[in-house]
Design a binder for this molecule. Structure first.
Ligand SMILES: Cc1cc2nc3c(=O)[nH]c(=O)nc-3n(C[C@H](O)[C@H](O)[C@H](O)COP(=O)(O)OP(=O)(O)OC[C@H]3O[C@@H](n4cnc5c(N)ncnc54)[C@H](O)[C@@H]3O)c2cc1C
Length: 474
């Protein structure tokens, strides 16, 4: 039964329907189309890349294992092309210009080029709004467009919406935020123990809290070398050569994230957090943070946009007023959408745990690999970050973490794969999102060839296909 009552003006049939054109969805669509499946990708915005482009999240992390070996496949292809073109067109080409940085604008071009060359079709300005299901299989999805409602009928569906929107709309199982007691599995794991003292995170893990939201911004005209010594440190008023009184007279003192509580400089993320870019004089700023926002809830999402967008201008002024090296800087741009780190995740046939990731667990016939640190931006805003390193070169992600446990032809990719709150804090990173996208898209195409739903595909078949496509899974 459809839960959509509006008139459908057009029906499109395909083998693989990918919902969401972030890096994971694009990887899924390219992989599916390259394997011969008729593939359609729906994207609510007007460009590809999601957080990586619209959100200006420039670092394409987890391209390699922790020893530096490339994960190959689409992450290598996308990153190499993007970095080379970014160097050619965006770099200042001098000392201080970091050559390994991907420009979001170049990434937008590269993703579209690879997608269209693969034969996949993209439909921009198309918002997924509903799904039909019969006998535990999705039979169609619906999207709102400028011209009306379009119905898409596919054999398999990939949820790459970040927020597990398709999972939610189809009635498949999902989880929002942290699982009850999720940190207890880590008692002997030696992640930064300070974060777990006095059981303070027991309460947090019971409540399904979510990582905070942020907006990236770029500042030009920066003397990055002068600012660098203050980066990523606790700062007291004396460190900036000012008094608390002087700070309290600053025009944004007391605004969101700059509430003075003690002798430390109050900042939304608790620290100056800048990275270098491909211009020596441009710094990428990741200093905004708004707590207690649920990006899968419309009212909460709106509140997040309001607070974070307002916060941006105060961060710009803070940097220009107080941080050496920013005196003559100027505000270049900020993300065109809120940066949401965590919302819903599909519950798959298997849920990757924090312990799996930290202990670098190996699975027979893995579908993807991750290598990033566990990076939980504290939902309570007390710690700068909760987490730490994984204890090996990489962890495996099995295919069963990409397939819904209760909807046979539903796959997930990127931020919304089946991982617990702790593992998700590593799998959400862009390199891993691309690799899970490649695996999900390849799986969907193999299912089309065999005439089976995603849940029935043997792990070994997918693994071997990915190996042939140059993904480092041996
Ligand atoms: C503030 C911040 C900082 C980060 N820092 C880093 C970092 O330093 N390094 C790193 O590697 N990663 C970082 N990440 C993580 C990374 O950017 C994301 O987790 C990753 O890009 C997610 O990719 P995705 O494809 O799964 O989802 P997204 O990029 O969120 O893409 C989802 C896409 O689906 C579309 N969509 C959603 N709903 C619908 C719908 N109903 N219909 C149609 N389309 C829809 C959206 O428009 C979007 O384009 C950061 C994330 C944030 C928020």
């Amino acid at each position: 039964m459809s839960n959509v009552t509006l008139n459908v003006y057009k029906t499109i049939s395909c083998d693989t329907l990918v919902a969401g054109g972030g890096v994971s969805g694009v990887a899924a669509a390219i992989a599916s189309a390259r394997h011969g499946a008729k593939t359609v990708l729906l994207e609510s915005g007007g460009c590809l890349g999601g957080q990586a482009t619209l959100g200006l999240v420039t670092p394409l992390d987890a391209r390699t294992d922790t020893t530096g070996r490339s994960f190959g496949g689409l992450i290598a292809e996308i990153a190499e092309m993007t970095v080379a073109l970014s160097k050619e067109y965006c770099s200042s080409g001098d000392e201080g210009a970091h050559s390994d940085i991907a420009s979001p604008h170049i990434l937008k071009y590269v993703l579209l080029k690879l997608l269209t060359e693969s034969g996949a079709e993209v439909s921009f300005h198309t918002v997924l709004i509903g799904a039909d299901k019969q006998d535990d299989e999705i039979t169609a999805v619906y999207a709102a467009t400028k011209s009306g409602i379009v119905k898409y009928e596919a054999k398999n569906y990939v949820d790459a919406t970040g927020d597990a929107q398709l999972t939610y709309l189809s009635g498949a199982d999902y989880r929002l935020g942290s699982e009850p007691g999720v940190f207890r599995q880590l008692s002997d794991e030696g992640l930064n123990k300070a974060h777990f003292s006095e059981n303070k995170y027991d309460a947090y893990s019971e409540n399904g809290l979510l990582q905070p939201v942020s907006i990236f911004l770029l500042m030009g005209g920066v003397d990055v070398d002068r600012a660098w010594p203050l980066n990523n440190k606790d700062l007291h008023f004396g460190d900036l050569g000012i008094t608390k009184e002087r700070f309290l007279n600053w025009k944004f003192a007391g605004s969101c994230g700059f509430e003075v509580t003690n002798d430390r400089i109050p900042m939304p993320q608790g620290r100056v957090l800048i990275t270098r870019s491909n211009r020596h004089d441009v710094a990428v700023i990741n200093m905004s943070r708004v707590l207690h926002i649920d990006g899968s809830d419309t009212d909460s999402l709106n509140r997040g946009e309001l607070l974070a967008q307002a916060q941006v201008i105060s961060i710009v002024d803070f940097l220009k007023t107080f941080i050496p090296g920013f005196e003559n800087s100027f505000y270049l741009q900020s993300g065109f959408t809120l940066g949401v780190r965590e919302t819903r995740r599909m519950i798959g046939k298997y849920t990757l745990s924090g312990l799996d990731a930290i202990q670098c667990r190996k699975f027979p016939y893995p579908a993807a690999r991750g290598s990033y640190i566990i990076d939980i931006h504290d939902p309570l805003g007390k710690a700068r970050a909760i987490g730490g390193s994984i204890k090996g070169a990489f962890y495996d992600i099995p295919y069963s973490a990409l397939v819904s446990r209760n909807v046979k032809n539903l796959l997930s990719a990127g931020r919304c794969i089946s991982a617990d709150h702790i593992a998700h804090a590593s799998t959400r990173i862009q390199g891993t999102a691309i690799l899970t996208g490649q695996a999900a898209g390849t799986a969907s195409a193999l299912c089309m060839i065999s005439g089976i739903p995603a849940q029935s595909l043997p792990d070994k078949d997918l693994h071997e296909a990915l190996l042939k496509d140059g993904v480092y899974l041996d």
